[in-house]
Design a protein. Sequence first.
Length: 67
Amino acid sequence: MHNPTEADAYVEELRAALAAHGITLPSLGVDLPTFAARCPVRPLIALGNCNLLTARALTAALREGAA
């Protein structure tokens, strides 16, 4: 069975890492259907939709981190 506290903690860590780069994904959260599934895989994290400016900021942050 999945641990809701662990899944929420991962989401909050990702939210904080994105915020450190000025990026906010409003619909970031645990994907509830995969969390409720009875399969042995971990639940998915739903990143959700974002606008063009957020996509550009996310791309820039990823490129900066890869450098």
